[in-house]
Ligand binder design. Structure first.
Ligand SMILES: *Cc1c(COP(=O)(O)O)cnc(C)c1O
Length: 374
Protein backbone atom coordinates (compact mmCIF):
# COMPACT_ATOMS: atom_id res chain seq x y z
CA UNK A 1 0.00 0.00 0.00
CA UNK A 2 1.32 3.44 -0.86
CA UNK A 3 0.62 6.99 0.09
CA UNK A 4 -3.10 7.54 -0.28
CA UNK A 5 -4.66 10.83 -1.26
CA UNK A 6 -8.30 10.89 -2.28
CA UNK A 7 -8.16 7.12 -2.35
CA UNK A 8 -5.42 7.11 -4.98
CA UNK A 9 -2.38 4.97 -4.43
CA UNK A 10 0.54 7.29 -5.02
CA UNK A 11 4.29 6.65 -5.21
CA UNK A 12 4.80 3.17 -3.79
CA UNK A 13 7.53 3.85 -1.20
CA UNK A 14 6.57 3.09 2.40
CA UNK A 15 8.19 2.72 5.82
CA UNK A 16 6.33 0.12 7.87
CA UNK A 17 7.01 0.24 11.60
CA UNK A 18 6.38 -3.07 13.31
CA UNK A 19 5.29 -2.45 16.88
CA UNK A 20 5.42 -6.16 17.61
CA UNK A 21 9.16 -6.04 16.90
CA UNK A 22 9.46 -3.13 19.35
CA UNK A 23 7.80 -5.27 22.03
CA UNK A 24 10.08 -8.19 21.21
CA UNK A 25 13.25 -6.09 21.42
CA UNK A 26 12.17 -4.44 24.67
CA UNK A 27 11.59 -7.89 26.16
CA UNK A 28 15.04 -8.84 24.98
CA UNK A 29 16.48 -5.89 26.94
CA UNK A 30 14.56 -7.10 30.01
CA UNK A 31 16.04 -10.58 29.60
CA UNK A 32 19.56 -9.19 29.31
CA UNK A 33 19.18 -6.67 32.14
CA UNK A 34 16.58 -8.21 34.46
CA UNK A 35 17.66 -6.18 37.48
CA UNK A 36 17.61 -2.82 35.71
CA UNK A 37 14.92 -0.37 34.81
CA UNK A 38 14.80 0.76 31.20
CA UNK A 39 15.07 4.21 29.69
CA UNK A 40 13.99 3.57 26.11
CA UNK A 41 15.94 6.11 24.09
CA UNK A 42 13.67 7.73 21.51
CA UNK A 43 15.66 10.79 20.44
CA UNK A 44 15.55 11.79 16.77
CA UNK A 45 11.87 10.89 16.24
CA UNK A 46 12.58 7.49 17.78
CA UNK A 47 15.56 6.96 15.47
CA UNK A 48 13.32 7.84 12.53
CA UNK A 49 10.52 5.44 13.51
CA UNK A 50 8.05 8.15 14.73
CA UNK A 51 7.08 8.92 18.31
CA UNK A 52 3.62 7.45 17.71
CA UNK A 53 5.07 4.06 16.88
CA UNK A 54 7.51 4.17 19.81
CA UNK A 55 4.80 5.07 22.29
CA UNK A 56 2.67 2.22 21.01
CA UNK A 57 5.37 -0.43 20.77
CA UNK A 58 7.40 0.50 23.84
CA UNK A 59 4.52 1.31 26.20
CA UNK A 60 5.76 -1.13 28.83
CA UNK A 61 9.10 0.64 29.25
CA UNK A 62 9.93 2.27 32.60
CA UNK A 63 10.76 5.59 30.99
CA UNK A 64 11.54 7.38 27.77
CA UNK A 65 14.79 9.27 27.23
CA UNK A 66 14.87 12.05 24.66
CA UNK A 67 16.38 15.43 23.92
CA UNK A 68 13.70 17.94 23.18
CA UNK A 69 11.25 19.32 25.71
CA UNK A 70 8.62 19.66 22.98
CA UNK A 71 8.68 15.91 22.62
CA UNK A 72 8.21 15.55 26.38
CA UNK A 73 5.14 17.81 26.10
CA UNK A 74 3.83 15.60 23.31
CA UNK A 75 4.32 12.44 25.39
CA UNK A 76 2.42 13.90 28.34
CA UNK A 77 -0.38 15.12 26.05
CA UNK A 78 -0.64 11.61 24.71
CA UNK A 79 -1.15 10.35 28.26
CA UNK A 80 2.33 8.99 29.06
CA UNK A 81 2.54 8.97 32.86
CA UNK A 82 5.86 7.18 33.28
CA UNK A 83 9.25 8.76 33.64
CA UNK A 84 10.83 11.01 31.01
CA UNK A 85 14.55 11.80 30.99
CA UNK A 86 15.92 14.80 29.13
CA UNK A 87 19.21 13.30 27.98
CA UNK A 88 21.07 16.58 27.65
CA UNK A 89 19.11 18.39 30.33
CA UNK A 90 18.15 22.01 29.85
CA UNK A 91 19.41 23.95 26.86
CA UNK A 92 18.12 27.22 28.38
CA UNK A 93 17.23 28.28 31.87
CA UNK A 94 13.67 29.20 30.89
CA UNK A 95 12.83 25.54 30.22
CA UNK A 96 13.06 24.73 33.92
CA UNK A 97 9.50 25.63 34.95
CA UNK A 98 7.99 23.56 32.18
CA UNK A 99 10.30 20.61 32.85
CA UNK A 100 9.16 20.67 36.44
CA UNK A 101 5.48 20.84 35.45
CA UNK A 102 6.02 17.90 33.12
CA UNK A 103 7.84 15.98 35.87
CA UNK A 104 10.83 15.30 33.66
CA UNK A 105 14.07 13.92 35.03
CA UNK A 106 17.07 16.00 34.06
CA UNK A 107 20.58 15.19 33.02
CA UNK A 108 22.93 17.83 34.38
CA UNK A 109 26.24 17.95 32.60
CA UNK A 110 27.70 21.46 33.00
CA UNK A 111 28.20 24.29 35.46
CA UNK A 112 25.60 26.57 33.83
CA UNK A 113 22.91 23.95 34.37
CA UNK A 114 23.94 23.59 38.00
CA UNK A 115 23.59 27.35 38.52
CA UNK A 116 20.12 27.37 36.93
CA UNK A 117 19.05 24.62 39.32
CA UNK A 118 20.54 26.47 42.29
CA UNK A 119 18.45 29.54 41.47
CA UNK A 120 15.29 27.52 41.05
CA UNK A 121 13.27 26.98 44.20
CA UNK A 122 12.70 23.25 44.50
CA UNK A 123 9.28 22.19 45.64
CA UNK A 124 10.05 19.39 48.07
CA UNK A 125 6.71 17.71 47.40
CA UNK A 126 7.56 17.20 43.75
CA UNK A 127 11.32 17.06 43.71
CA UNK A 128 13.32 16.86 40.50
CA UNK A 129 15.37 13.78 39.70
CA UNK A 130 18.80 14.76 38.47
CA UNK A 131 21.05 12.35 36.60
CA UNK A 132 24.41 13.95 37.12
CA UNK A 133 26.64 13.19 34.20
CA UNK A 134 30.20 12.17 34.75
CA UNK A 135 32.79 12.45 32.00
CA UNK A 136 34.74 9.23 32.43
CA UNK A 137 36.64 9.46 29.17
CA UNK A 138 34.17 10.06 26.36
CA UNK A 139 35.10 13.76 26.64
CA UNK A 140 31.84 15.02 25.26
CA UNK A 141 29.45 15.98 28.08
CA UNK A 142 29.82 15.78 31.84
CA UNK A 143 31.88 16.65 34.89
CA UNK A 144 35.35 15.24 35.29
CA UNK A 145 35.67 12.98 38.34
CA UNK A 146 37.63 15.59 40.33
CA UNK A 147 34.71 18.06 40.34
CA UNK A 148 31.88 15.51 40.28
CA UNK A 149 31.44 15.01 44.02
CA UNK A 150 31.41 18.73 44.75
CA UNK A 151 28.66 19.32 42.21
CA UNK A 152 26.75 16.34 43.53
CA UNK A 153 26.77 17.78 47.05
CA UNK A 154 25.76 21.27 45.89
CA UNK A 155 22.56 19.98 44.29
CA UNK A 156 21.89 17.31 46.89
CA UNK A 157 22.08 19.88 49.68
CA UNK A 158 19.24 21.95 48.20
CA UNK A 159 16.82 19.07 47.74
CA UNK A 160 17.38 17.59 44.30
CA UNK A 161 17.12 13.82 44.06
CA UNK A 162 20.51 12.83 42.77
CA UNK A 163 21.49 9.94 40.49
CA UNK A 164 24.67 9.06 38.63
CA UNK A 165 25.22 8.70 34.93
CA UNK A 166 28.01 8.18 32.46
CA UNK A 167 28.29 7.16 28.82
CA UNK A 168 30.71 4.68 27.25
CA UNK A 169 32.84 5.60 24.27
CA UNK A 170 33.88 2.09 23.27
CA UNK A 171 31.25 -0.37 24.46
CA UNK A 172 30.82 -1.51 20.86
CA UNK A 173 34.40 -2.73 20.55
CA UNK A 174 33.44 -6.34 20.85
CA UNK A 175 36.93 -7.64 20.15
CA UNK A 176 38.74 -5.48 22.71
CA UNK A 177 37.50 -6.78 26.06
CA UNK A 178 38.66 -3.90 28.32
CA UNK A 179 36.69 -1.41 26.24
CA UNK A 180 34.50 -0.23 29.13
CA UNK A 181 36.77 -1.28 32.00
CA UNK A 182 38.62 1.98 32.64
CA UNK A 183 35.50 4.15 32.40
CA UNK A 184 33.53 1.81 34.63
CA UNK A 185 36.25 1.77 37.27
CA UNK A 186 36.53 5.54 37.35
CA UNK A 187 32.76 5.88 37.63
CA UNK A 188 32.50 3.45 40.52
CA UNK A 189 35.43 4.96 42.38
CA UNK A 190 34.03 8.47 42.04
CA UNK A 191 30.51 7.69 43.29
CA UNK A 192 31.65 5.48 46.16
CA UNK A 193 29.55 6.18 49.23
CA UNK A 194 27.14 8.55 47.48
CA UNK A 195 23.44 7.75 47.40
CA UNK A 196 21.41 7.57 44.20
CA UNK A 197 20.77 5.13 41.39
CA UNK A 198 23.12 4.67 38.43
CA UNK A 199 22.72 4.70 34.66
CA UNK A 200 25.54 3.61 32.35
CA UNK A 201 24.67 1.14 29.64
CA UNK A 202 23.80 1.89 26.03
CA UNK A 203 22.84 -0.98 23.71
CA UNK A 204 26.41 -2.15 23.21
CA UNK A 205 26.99 -2.41 26.95
CA UNK A 206 23.67 -4.24 27.44
CA UNK A 207 24.64 -6.75 24.78
CA UNK A 208 28.32 -7.20 25.59
CA UNK A 209 29.20 -5.79 29.03
CA UNK A 210 26.78 -7.22 31.51
CA UNK A 211 29.05 -6.07 34.35
CA UNK A 212 28.25 -2.45 33.45
CA UNK A 213 24.46 -2.30 33.51
CA UNK A 214 23.61 -0.15 36.52
CA UNK A 215 20.12 0.56 37.86
CA UNK A 216 18.79 2.14 34.65
CA UNK A 217 19.93 0.93 31.24
CA UNK A 218 19.61 3.21 28.20
CA UNK A 219 19.03 1.11 25.09
CA UNK A 220 18.56 2.89 21.80
CA UNK A 221 19.63 1.10 18.65
CA UNK A 222 18.87 -2.42 19.88
CA UNK A 223 15.22 -1.48 20.42
CA UNK A 224 15.08 -0.75 16.71
CA UNK A 225 16.74 -4.06 15.85
CA UNK A 226 19.94 -2.64 14.41
CA UNK A 227 23.55 -3.13 15.44
CA UNK A 228 25.54 -0.94 17.85
CA UNK A 229 28.67 -1.70 15.86
CA UNK A 230 27.13 -1.05 12.47
CA UNK A 231 27.79 -4.69 11.52
CA UNK A 232 24.79 -6.96 11.19
CA UNK A 233 26.96 -10.00 11.92
CA UNK A 234 27.46 -8.71 15.48
CA UNK A 235 23.74 -8.94 16.29
CA UNK A 236 22.83 -11.84 14.05
CA UNK A 237 22.43 -14.14 17.07
CA UNK A 238 21.22 -11.52 19.56
CA UNK A 239 17.52 -12.27 18.90
CA UNK A 240 16.57 -8.76 17.87
CA UNK A 241 14.01 -7.94 15.21
CA UNK A 242 14.24 -5.03 12.78
CA UNK A 243 11.40 -2.62 13.48
CA UNK A 244 11.48 -0.57 10.28
CA UNK A 245 10.86 -2.01 6.85
CA UNK A 246 11.49 0.35 3.95
CA UNK A 247 9.71 -0.98 0.89
CA UNK A 248 8.83 0.13 -2.60
CA UNK A 249 8.15 -1.28 -6.04
CA UNK A 250 9.74 -1.69 -9.44
CA UNK A 251 8.26 1.12 -11.53
CA UNK A 252 10.04 0.40 -14.82
CA UNK A 253 12.32 -2.15 -16.45
CA UNK A 254 15.03 -1.41 -19.01
CA UNK A 255 16.59 -3.95 -21.32
CA UNK A 256 20.26 -3.12 -21.80
CA UNK A 257 22.70 -4.33 -24.43
CA UNK A 258 26.22 -5.36 -23.49
CA UNK A 259 28.35 -2.23 -22.94
CA UNK A 260 25.49 0.19 -22.18
CA UNK A 261 25.78 2.25 -19.00
CA UNK A 262 23.32 3.19 -16.28
CA UNK A 263 22.37 6.51 -14.71
CA UNK A 264 24.40 9.55 -13.67
CA UNK A 265 28.07 9.21 -14.43
CA UNK A 266 27.47 5.84 -16.08
CA UNK A 267 29.08 4.11 -13.13
CA UNK A 268 27.93 0.62 -14.15
CA UNK A 269 28.48 -0.93 -17.55
CA UNK A 270 26.36 -3.93 -18.57
CA UNK A 271 28.71 -6.92 -19.02
CA UNK A 272 26.08 -8.62 -21.17
CA UNK A 273 22.49 -8.07 -22.27
CA UNK A 274 20.50 -7.70 -19.05
CA UNK A 275 17.33 -6.35 -17.47
CA UNK A 276 17.51 -3.45 -15.02
CA UNK A 277 14.76 -2.73 -12.49
CA UNK A 278 14.01 0.90 -11.69
CA UNK A 279 12.84 1.36 -8.09
CA UNK A 280 10.92 4.25 -6.58
CA UNK A 281 13.40 5.10 -3.83
CA UNK A 282 16.28 7.54 -3.87
CA UNK A 283 18.43 9.67 -1.64
CA UNK A 284 15.59 12.13 -1.11
CA UNK A 285 13.84 9.28 0.70
CA UNK A 286 16.82 8.71 2.96
CA UNK A 287 18.45 5.94 0.96
CA UNK A 288 22.22 6.57 0.97
CA UNK A 289 23.62 7.98 -2.26
CA UNK A 290 26.95 6.42 -1.30
CA UNK A 291 25.57 2.88 -1.79
CA UNK A 292 28.02 0.94 -3.90
CA UNK A 293 27.27 -1.45 -6.74
CA UNK A 294 26.32 -4.73 -5.11
CA UNK A 295 24.24 -3.26 -2.27
CA UNK A 296 21.42 -5.79 -1.81
CA UNK A 297 17.75 -5.12 -2.56
CA UNK A 298 15.20 -7.85 -1.93
CA UNK A 299 12.75 -8.41 -4.77
CA UNK A 300 9.52 -10.33 -4.53
CA UNK A 301 9.77 -12.05 -7.89
CA UNK A 302 6.46 -13.85 -7.48
CA UNK A 303 8.04 -17.19 -6.61
CA UNK A 304 5.48 -19.52 -5.07
CA UNK A 305 7.54 -20.14 -1.94
CA UNK A 306 7.46 -16.41 -1.27
CA UNK A 307 11.20 -16.46 -0.82
CA UNK A 308 11.99 -13.62 -3.15
CA UNK A 309 15.49 -12.92 -4.32
CA UNK A 310 18.32 -10.52 -3.58
CA UNK A 311 19.28 -8.28 -6.49
CA UNK A 312 22.28 -5.94 -6.35
CA UNK A 313 22.25 -2.22 -6.97
CA UNK A 314 23.97 -1.25 -10.21
CA UNK A 315 24.68 2.40 -10.94
CA UNK A 316 24.50 5.47 -8.77
CA UNK A 317 21.49 6.10 -6.52
CA UNK A 318 19.67 9.24 -7.70
CA UNK A 319 17.23 11.54 -5.92
CA UNK A 320 14.04 9.57 -6.53
CA UNK A 321 15.18 6.27 -8.00
CA UNK A 322 17.70 3.52 -7.82
CA UNK A 323 18.52 0.72 -10.24
CA UNK A 324 19.05 -3.00 -9.69
CA UNK A 325 20.37 -5.92 -11.68
CA UNK A 326 17.48 -8.27 -12.51
CA UNK A 327 19.52 -11.06 -14.10
CA UNK A 328 18.67 -13.42 -11.20
CA UNK A 329 15.00 -12.40 -11.14
CA UNK A 330 13.54 -13.27 -14.53
CA UNK A 331 10.01 -13.10 -13.14
CA UNK A 332 10.35 -9.61 -11.66
CA UNK A 333 8.04 -7.14 -13.40
CA UNK A 334 6.71 -3.63 -13.04
CA UNK A 335 4.82 -3.61 -9.75
CA UNK A 336 7.01 -6.24 -8.06
CA UNK A 337 7.51 -5.36 -4.41
CA UNK A 338 11.00 -4.68 -3.11
CA UNK A 339 12.48 -4.29 0.37
CA UNK A 340 15.27 -1.74 0.68
CA UNK A 341 15.87 -2.64 4.32
CA UNK A 342 14.04 -4.59 6.99
CA UNK A 343 13.88 -8.29 7.74
CA UNK A 344 15.28 -9.53 4.41
CA UNK A 345 17.98 -6.88 4.05
CA UNK A 346 19.50 -5.69 7.34
CA UNK A 347 19.78 -1.91 7.42
CA UNK A 348 23.33 -2.37 8.68
CA UNK A 349 24.24 -4.20 5.47
CA UNK A 350 23.01 -1.28 3.37
CA UNK A 351 24.91 1.02 5.72
CA UNK A 352 28.11 -0.99 5.46
CA UNK A 353 27.91 -0.82 1.67
CA UNK A 354 27.58 2.96 2.08
CA UNK A 355 30.42 3.54 4.56
CA UNK A 356 28.12 4.34 7.47
CA UNK A 357 26.12 2.62 10.22
CA UNK A 358 22.46 1.64 10.43
CA UNK A 359 21.81 4.40 13.01
CA UNK A 360 22.38 7.08 10.38
CA UNK A 361 20.09 5.51 7.80
CA UNK A 362 17.08 4.97 10.04
CA UNK A 363 17.40 8.42 11.63
CA UNK A 364 17.60 10.00 8.19
CA UNK A 365 14.40 8.47 6.84
CA UNK A 366 13.02 11.42 4.89
CA UNK A 367 9.80 13.18 5.92
CA UNK A 368 8.33 12.53 2.47
CA UNK A 369 8.23 8.78 3.08
CA UNK A 370 4.82 7.75 4.42
CA UNK A 371 5.03 5.83 7.69
CA UNK A 372 2.62 3.05 8.43
CA UNK A 373 2.47 1.70 11.98
CA UNK A 374 1.56 -1.97 12.00
C1 LIG B 1 21.72 7.87 22.21
C2 LIG B 1 22.10 7.56 23.59
C3 LIG B 1 21.94 6.27 24.10
C4 LIG B 1 21.49 5.10 23.25
O1 LIG B 1 22.60 4.60 22.55
P1 LIG B 1 22.48 3.31 21.60
O2 LIG B 1 23.86 3.09 21.11
O3 LIG B 1 21.54 3.70 20.50
O4 LIG B 1 21.96 2.23 22.44
C5 LIG B 1 22.23 6.07 25.43
N1 LIG B 1 22.66 7.08 26.22
C6 LIG B 1 22.84 8.33 25.75
C7 LIG B 1 23.34 9.38 26.66
C8 LIG B 1 22.58 8.61 24.43
O5 LIG B 1 22.76 9.84 23.97
Amino acid sequence: MGNTANGLINRPILASIHTEAFRHNLNRVRELAPESKIWSVIKARAYGHSFDAALKGLASTDGFALLDIHDAVWLRERGWKGRILLLEGLFHENELVLTHELACDLVVHCEAQVEWLEKFKVNTHTPINVFLKMNTGMNRLGFKPDSYRTVFHRLHAIGYHMHHMTHFANADQVDHPPSVGAQLELFEETIAGLEGSTSLANSAAILWHRNALGDWVRPGIMLYGASPTGLFSDIEHAHLKPVMQLSSEIIDIQALEKGERIGYGGRYEAPEAMRIGIIACGYADGYPRQAKDGTPVWVNDGAKNGGGIICPIVGRVSMDMLTIDLRDAPNARIGSKVELWGEKVPVDTVAQMSDTIGYELICALAPRVPVQIV
